[in-house]
Design a protein around this ligand. Structure first.
Ligand SMILES: [Zn+2]
Length: 302
C-alpha cells in the first residue's frame, strides 16, 4: 500500500526517518511551516526557513525517493510578536507561489489572542487570493471552541470548506468539522490521547469521507511512521482496504491537489534516486559513503 503523510516536519528529522518512511510505503509528504520550539527574532530567520522548505528539504526528500511538498504560513504562536509578524506577512506571497507549495499553513489559533486572530484572517485572505488550500492548526487548549471558531472565520471570509483542512481533530471536534463540509485531519502521536487505536474507531464510526491521518512528526516525541502503522492496525481491525486507502492517501491528495501543485504522476512515474546529486553544492552523503543510485517504480509496489 502507498501512503501520503500530509503533515510532517522533516526539517527536524533524520535521513534514517526518510529511509524508513519510504520503505514503509510513504511516497509523498507535506511539510507545513511551523514553530521551531524557540521563537525567531528576525524576519530573515523566517525567510531562510521558508527557503529551506521549498529548496533544501525538498531535495533531501528526493534523495530517498519521497516527493516533498509544503505549506507556507505564519504559525499562530509567533503571530503574537506583532512587529515581526507584519514583516513575515510581507514574505509570504513570495514563497506561497513557489513550486511545490500546496497551501497556506499551518495557521489558526494557539491561545486565541487578538493578534492570532488578526494574522489568521490576513492569511485566509492571502490563500483566497492565490486560490490555495488552507491548513489549520487547531489549539490544544480549549480545542472545541477554537476549532469551531477557526471554521466560523473561514466562512466569514467566504472560503469554501472544501478548500480547508482542519488539523489535530479528536472525537469532540470531528462531527462538527465533517458536518460543515471541511476536511478533518487527525494527528497520531505515540502514547497520547489520539493514538492509533482510537483513530481506527473514528474511521469505523464516521467512514472515510474527508478524513485524513498524519504524524505531525517534529522535534518532539512523535513517530514519522504513524500513518503506515495506523493503516496496519486498521487492516488488522477489519477496516476495508478501500477506506484505509482513502484516509491514508487519497483524501490528502484530493484536498491538497486543489493547489494544482501535487499530482499522482509526481511519484507514480518511476522515481530515480541519485545520491551523487547536489543542492547548492551540498549532498546527503558523508565522507566515503557509497551513493545510492536506483529507480523506484511505485506502480509495481502498489
Ligand atoms: Zn505541525
Amino acid at each position: 500500500m502507498l501512503f501520503i503523510d500530509p503533515h510532517v516536519h522533516m526539517t527536524s528529522r533524520t535521513t534514517d526517518d526518510y529511509d524508513a518512511m519510504r520503505k514503509a510505503g510513504i511516497v509523498a509528504i507535506i511539510e507545513p511551516a511551523f514553530w521551531l520550539g524557540q521563537a525567531r527574532t528576525e524576519a530573515g530567520s523566517f525567510k531562510d526557513y521558508f527557503s529551506s522548505l521549498v529548496g533544501w528539504e525538498r531535495f533531501r526528500a528526493s534523495q530517498f525517493g519521497i516527493r516533498h511538498y509544503c505549506t507556507i504560513g505564519l504559525n499562530s504562536k509567533e503571530a503574537n510578536n506583532e512587529a515581526l509578524a507584519e514583516q513575515v506577512m510581507e514574505l509570504l506571497p513570495l514563497f506561497a507561489s513557489k513550486e511545490g507549495v500546496v497551501g497556506i499553513g499551518e495557521i489558526g489559533y494557539d491561545d486565541q489572542t487578538a493578534a492570532e486572530d488578526k494574522f489568521y484572517r490576513l492569511q485566509i485572505e492571502l490563500a483566497k487570493e492565490l486560490a490555495l488550500p488552507i491548513q489549520i492548526h487547531t489549539p490544544h487548549r480549549d480545542k472545541k471552541k477554537g476549532t469551531s471558531r477557526s471554521m466560523d472565520v473561514c466562512i466569514e471570509h467566504g472560503v469554501d470548506p472544501s478548500m480547508v483542512i482542519v488539523d489535530h481533530n479528536n472525537e469532540e471536534t470531528v462531527k462538527e468539522v465533517l458536518d460543515r463540509g471541511f476536511w478533518a485531519a487527525f494527528t497520531i502521536y505515540p502514547r497520547t490521547k489520539m493514538g492509533n487505536e482510537r483513530m481506527t474507531e473514528i474511521v469505523r464510526q464516521y467512514g472515510p469521507e474527508r478524513i485524513m491521518i498524519n504524524s505531525a512528526a517534529d522535534w518532539g516525541i512523535s513517530d514519522p511512521l504513524a500513518v503506515p502503522k495506523t493503516a496496519a492496525l486498521m487492516q488488522e481491525r477489519g477496516i476495508p482496504e478501500a477506506h484505509i486507502h482513502q484516509v491514508c492517501y487519497q483524501n490528502a491528495l484530493a484536498a491538497f491537489g486543489q493547489s494544482g501543485q501535487m499530482n499522482e504522476d509526481d511519484w507514480l512515474n518511476p522515481i530515480t534516486i541519485d545520491q551523487r546529486e547536489k543542492f547548492s553544492g551540498s549532498t546527503v552523503l558523508r565522507g566515503g559513503q557509497d551513493p545510492r543510485i536506483d529507480q523506484i517504480d511505485s506502480k509495481i509496489i502498489r
